[in-house]
Structure formats: C-alpha cells, structure tokens
Design a protein around this ligand. Structure first.
Ligand code: NAD
Length: 561
C-alpha cells in the first residue's frame, strides 16, 4: 500500500458499572448461564490443528469445586515439539506481513472484546478465576483491551524512531523480530496478562508457543477463540497444555528458543533462568528473558495521614480478588498513634464485606484459586496464630467444603520480620506492624530491607517533606510507587507496571519498554555515491591543483569504521 499509515491513537477502555437493571448486567448474566450450560471440550491449538490427546483434566470453579466448566486435553513433549515447528513455519509469513496488517488484527481483537466478546471473557474469568464482575471487568475487558490498543501504538513508536543522517547517506534501523520463537508462560490471576504475554511479542512479528496456567486453561481457550475470530493466522500463537516442567524443559532445549515472556512466581523464574543458562550453548542467539514475578507490597503510613483513606486503601488493596494480585498490599507499617483509628475503620468496613460466589453480585469477596493455594494460605494463617509476636485481629477462618474460601485476614505483629510480614502469601492476608510514631525514618529502612521483593508500595502522608523522604528512602523498594493511593490497579498507558529485585526484570508490561524486548535491531547504512579512490585527503601532496581541491570537496573524509 502506497501510504504512510498511522495506527489510531489509543485510549483507555471505559469500565462498565454493572448496576442493577443495567444492560451490561443483563448481558453478563445471560452469558454466564450459556457458558455454564455449554461444557467446553478444550484442545491444544497447534498451527491449523485443534489437537485432542484424549488425556483429560477438568476445569472447575474455585467457589464451587463441584461445578465443572469443561475439560481440556493435556499435551506432552510431542505436542510441544509440534508447536515449535508450527511457530517456526508461521513465522515465515508473519514476520514479513506489513506492520499495519498485523496491527489491524490486534486492534480488531480489542474491538471485538469491547463489544460482544466482553461478556464471554468476563463470564469465563468470573467462573474460572472466581472474580467478582467488577474485578473481571477491569481485567479481562478493560486491561486487555488497553494492552492490545496501546501495544500496537508503542510498536509504531518503536518502528518510527530512526537515526540521524549525514550528507550522502541514509541510515535506518530495522526492528526485526527475534530469531526463533518466543515462549509465553502465564499466571492464573489475570486474564489480561494471559492475553498480553503471547500477543505483545506477536505484534512485533514474532511467533509464540503459549502455556497458560493449568487452573485457567478454560479462560485461555476463550482467548484463543477471540484471537482466531480477529483473524490471527494459524501458528502465530500456539497454545499448549501439560505438566509445566515437561512443557518448559522441551521448549528450553530447542535451538530455536528466542525468548521467554513469563509472569508468575519468583521460584519458577529462577528455575527458568538457570535452565536457560545451562542450555546456553545450544541456542542460535542469546534469548531474551523477561519475567514479572512475586511481590510483598507495602503500605507505609506517616502520622500525618488520613486514617480513613488508609483503611480504604488497605481493604481494597489487600483484599480485592482475595489478595491474589501481585500488587496486593500485604504488609503495612502504621504509626502506633494512628493504628487504633485505622483498625476501627477497617473493622467497620470488613464487617459489611460479603463472601461467596461471584455469580451473586452482592459478594465483594470470593474464593481463592485452588486447593494448593487454599492450603498454603491457611498454613500461613495458622502459623501466625501460633506465633507469639502475632495476633489475628480480623478474619482468620477458612472453609473448603464447597469452594476455597478464606476470610479477609488482618494479622497484627510486634515483629516486623515475622513470617507473614516478609514472605509472599498470595492470598487475603494483611500483616500490620504498628511502629513507634517517632521512628518514621527507621521504619522506612525496615520497609526497604525486610523483603527480597520490590514490586509495588505506597506512602500515605499529608506532610510533603515526609512524602519526599519516603520517595527517596524507598527508591529501589518498588517499581510502582504510589502516594496516597493503594498499591494496586495500574492502568496500561498510565502506570507502566513491573518491579525489580526478586520481583522481576522490570520490563514494564504495557509500555514501549516491554515491546522493545521482542525486537532485535538491525542498522542499515546506504551510501549513495561511494568513493572511488581509497586515498584520504591527508595523503595529498602539499600543493594541490584546483581539480584535487574539487575532489576533496566532493568526498569529505570517511569515518574510520
Ligand atoms: P506460578 O509461578 O505457580 O505459575 C505461573 C506459570 O508458570 C503457570 O503457567 C505455571 O504452570 C508455570 N510453571 C510452574 N512451574 C513451572 C516450571 N517448572 N516451568 C515452567 N513453567 C512453570 O504462579 P501463579 O500461581 O500462576 O501466579 C502467582 C504468582 O505470579 C505470584 O508469585 C505473583 O506475585 C506473580 N505475579 C506477578 C505479576 C507481576 O507483574 N509481577 C503479575 C501477576 C502474578
């Protein structure tokens, strides 16, 4: 096409409210009923094939483990090898497709999701991940639509950035996709992340083998259907299932492994890094390792803070989606003078919080993802109960008879290094250390040094000097730092997201920084009228003729390299 096209300017998708009697509420209820009635039979997607191995696993709702949503076929090493071959084959056409044509596919997916597919993806996320309708809306609709629209825009910015030119030449930087394929590995907790990790590299012309979390294959299946409906060619994203270690071992052994786009726990990413290191001589190129991992996110409170604002930030920040956001507030440092007020305000709020199925829209709080998560979180609570330095001041009970329910739990500790104050729990448990009011500076040091993670954190204060002091002291304690706000809820295009230390490579999902990782630049220099004489002007004899002077003007000295 002979036109210099520009992708549409991105904008953040509006979040629907689902008030009683609203159109969106009717639509989502209708789709929930349809999804529940239609038991999905989920294949692996490899090239143009839907592969059914006959080795089944059930997809169940966490809030009602008797409710089967469908079943998926499990793959193994043979299917993974097939997926690699399909990705490598599809790459030949995909990497050469003009950018505007690739971009249109993802913009179409965003628009489909903004309309009719919204009810399917939100419904699947409610049923499969036990998210309230609001939590599903801000994840599987709003955030994923934003990722798709903004990433296409960031890609264009990257392609547009070109070097300078001197007279007589044209310099270009071509942003090639990586050599080989990209492996995307996604966590259970965000449908938006499950959609983003395979599509971000694909937007940059890569092809992908994608392994979703086993607890959320159901939602991943609906994402694959959406991508296909938007016209994504076969083999660009290949979805495989199966035991995580078998799948990843097979992928990491391929010479064509070009990079991993991972979000999940720190331990798994450590293992991936080590495995890639051990295999490094096998690869055709140094692979890109992008991992957003765990967190132990803090809320630091100055004595000047508004106690009610702190309480709201803690209730929302620690307990929305049952504390299963990587950014969830899980440790808070509150001056002892302010703690009674914060505790009372939180207690009043938590007394009104209802826990149960997300299908009942009156419930703010739902179930945790599965039995291993339920056991692990309950373990932390029972150890806190036995720890002499800890006291459970809210919640603390759990029940997995119907679904995996754990009450929003607040632990008060006198030991800022107690287990639940430093380890990632990934559930609805907030630990509070009520620090001596005069020890603000010392407590900032504790915040910075108590945990290996550095993902998100907040300072609450009405004293600007204290805000600056916290911002400075906590420079490396969080990749996303909030002032008088909860540490969750980053919006694509507004707060690029990611952390360092044990929280990952900080490549900032939802920004051009992340998109850059899926490219390998090639610099091209063209000289229009190349020199025809190897000699430089300094070699000329002292006395020059007019002709020689003219030649010197036409061919100024050449760079050394
Ligand atoms: P997880 O690490 O258990 O699983 C993540 C993915 O890795 C899943 O697909 C899983 O099947 C796969 N996996 C597990 N073991 C593997 C192995 N040996 N080889 C290859 N893949 C393997 O994490 P999860 O429970 O799904 O998600 C919760 C974790 O994710 C928390 O630690 C949370 O902080 C983190 N998280 C981080 C961010 C962020 O942006 N930093 C966002 C969301 C979640």
């Amino acid at each position: 096409m002979n036109a210099r096209v520009q992708v549409p300017k991105p904008y953040n998708e509006s979040v629907l409210e689902y008030r009683p009697e609203s159109l969106e509420r009717k639509k989502i209820k209708a789709r929930l009923a349809e999804l529940k009635a239609d038991k999905a039979n989920i294949p692996l997607f490899i090239g143009s094939e839907e592969v059914r191995t006959g080795k089944y696993k059930d997809c169940r709702s966490p809030y009602d483990h008797g409710q089967v949503l469908g079943r998926y076929h499990e793959g193994g090493a043979a299917e993974v090898k097939k997926a690699i071959a399909a990705a490598m084959k599809a790459k030949q056409d995909w990497s050469r497709m003009p950018f505007h044509a690739r971009a249109a596919i993802f913009l179409k997916a965003a628009d489909l999701l903004a309309h009719d597919w919204r009810w399917t993806l939100n419904g699947a996320t409610m049923l499969c991940q036990s998210k309230s309708v609001h939590q599903a809306e801000i994840d599987s609709a709003a955030e994923l639509i934003d990722f798709l629209r903004y990433n296409v825009f960031f890609a264009e910015q990257i392609y547009s950035s070109q070097p300078n030119n001197s007279r007589g030449m044209w310099n270009m930087v071509e942003m090639r996709p990586l050599e080989g394929f990209v492996f995307a590995v996604t966590p259970f907790n965000f449908t938006a992340i499950a959609g983003n990790l395979p599509t971000a590299p694909a937007i940059m012309g890569n092809t992908v083998v994608w392994k979703p979390a086993s607890s959320t294959v159901y939602t991943a299946y609906h994402l694959m259907r959406l991508f296909k409906a938007a016209g994504l060619p076969d083999g660009v994203i290949n979805m495989v299932t199966g035991p995580a270690s078998v799948v990843s071992q097979t992928l990491f052994e391929s010479p064509d492994f070009g990079g991993v786009h991972f979000t999940g726990s720190t331990g798994v990413f450590h293992w991936m890094w080590q495995t890639v290191g051990a295999n490094i001589a096998k690869y055709k190129t140094y692979p890109r390792l992008v991992g957003e991992t765990g967190g132990k996110d803090f809320v630091m409170v100055h004595p000047s803070a508004d106690a009610t604002a702190v309480a709201v930030a803690l209730v929302r920040g620690a307990f929305e989606f049952q504390g299963q956001k990587c950014s969830a507030a899980s440790r808070s440092y509150i001056p002892d003078s302010l703690w009674p007020k914060v505790k009372k305000a939180m207690g009043d709020m938590l007394a009104t919080v209802k826990m149960g199925s997300p299908e009942d829209f009156g419930n703010f709080f739902n179930a945790v993802i599965d039995k291993p998560a339920f056991d692990s979180i309950s373990g932390y609570i029972s150890r806190a109960r036995q720890n002499k330095s800890c006291k459970i001041v809210a919640g603390g009970r759990s029940d997995d008879s119907k679904g995996y329910f754990i009450e929003p739990t607040v632990v008060l500790t006198t030991d800022p290094k107690s287990e639940s104050m430093v380890e990632e729990i990934f559930g609805p448990v907030l630990t509070v250390y009520a620090y001596p009011e005069k020890k603000f500076k010392e407590t900032l040091k504790l915040v910075d040094s108590s945990s290996a993670y550095a993902l998100t954190g907040s300072i609450f204060s009405n004293d600007r000097k204290a805000i600056l002091e916290a911002q400075e002291a906590l420079t490396n304690a969080a990749g996303n730092f909030y002032i008088n706000d909860k540490p969750t809820g980053a919006v694509v295009g507004q707060q690029p997201f990611g952390g360092a230390r044990a929280s990952g490579t900080n490549d900032k999902a939802g920004s051009y920084l992340n998109m850059l990782r899926w490219t390998s630049a090639r610099t091209i220099k063209e000289t229009f009228d190349p020199p025809r004489d190897y000699r430089y002007p300094f070699l000329e004899p002292e006395t020059q003729s007019a002709e020689e002077n003219e030649s010197r003007r036409k061919h100024p000295s050449q760079a050394a390299v």
